[in-house]
Design a protein around this ligand. Sequence first.
Ligand SMILES: NC(=O)c1ccc[n+]([C@@H]2O[C@H](COP(=O)([O-])OP(=O)(O)OC[C@H]3O[C@@H](n4cnc5c(N)ncnc54)[C@H](OP(=O)(O)O)[C@@H]3O)[C@@H](O)[C@H]2O)c1
Length: 323
Amino acid sequence: MKTVAFGQTGVEVSAICLGAMEFGTAISKDRSYEVLDAYYENGGRFLDTANIYAHWLEGGKGGDSETFIGQWMRDRGNRSEMFIATKLGFDMPGRTGTLRAEEIESECESSLKRMGIDTIDLYYAHRDDRETPLEETLKAFNELVVAGKVRFLGASNFMAWRLEKARNLSRANGWAEYCCLQQRHSYLRLQAGTTFTPQLTIDDNLQAYSKAENFPMLAYTPLLGGCYVRDDRKLPAQYLGVDSNNRLQALRKLANEIGATPNQVVLAWMMQSDPPIIPLIATGNIEHLRENLAVEDIRLTSEQIIELDAAGICGERNMVLIS
Ligand SMILES: NC(=O)c1ccc[n+]([C@@H]2O[C@H](COP(=O)([O-])OP(=O)(O)OC[C@H]3O[C@@H](n4cnc5c(N)ncnc54)[C@H](OP(=O)(O)O)[C@@H]3O)[C@@H](O)[C@H]2O)c1
């Protein structure tokens, strides 16, 4: 698997990150190991988890995914090769889900303990917490970096203005600052007037920010739970609309033309966007994993990317309004 420069951190990370949300709960141990091993054998070294994964699933109590990947790394003896991202900030039974200093400190300790590691490579604020003073949150995160418990900090589910405010504040204080943003993102767009709160999406505004600031973005739920190809998965209502119909048509047409699957076109489009976005793929099915990883062999032309970008009635409407 290719690696990509991770913004201004000075490190390279795998171009495709593997989401570990359901490992240790919904996905059985054998299946999870099969997927993790295959990702690793393909060169993948970037895993994404969170303290809350996945307390809402049957058998889950939170921390299950972290415990699971910690065990996998010990069994495979590969901790030093892996780049491990985890998060805090959402509530779960027994936790308030704030970004207060004491919560940051104690959740980091718990995550390190569950994974059996000394350092988290990338520690995210899983969401913004506007009730807690930014100074308190950012100072506490910085202390983890200074103590060597965390290498890099990330933000997830943030609005652009809050992200910029946080980064400026960290910089002014000489603290470690958020180095990347992880948001919801796929080829289909939320229809106007809809939201996925508390999940926030990547939009044109953030993409322009990412490019201007050399600030990497990561996309979760890139395949919309398999909705592009599966009848057993229903497209969330927020994505239903004329715009989505047009985009689905464009996606399927291009997939047919180049002999790829719609999932692969979504991932290729994302990874070849300007600037490129790192997708977080997740599966408990080895064939799906192979299909998703094979996107590395697909090179879309700039015309094909422009055509995909342009699909959707919104663009046509705007043109009419402008003319
Ligand atoms: N920061 C945040 O707030 C946030 C939120 C949500 C998720 N995340 C992270 O992002 C990761 C991915 O999120 P997600 O699970 O929502 O992603 P997703 O794109 O919705 O993919 C997962 C689902 O898609 C199906 N799938 C995957 N590849 C497929 C293929 N080739 N064909 C058909 N179905 C396919 C999987 O089913 P099968 O198992 O059957 O393949 C699974 O149910 C998570 O593991 C987590 O690490 C972060």
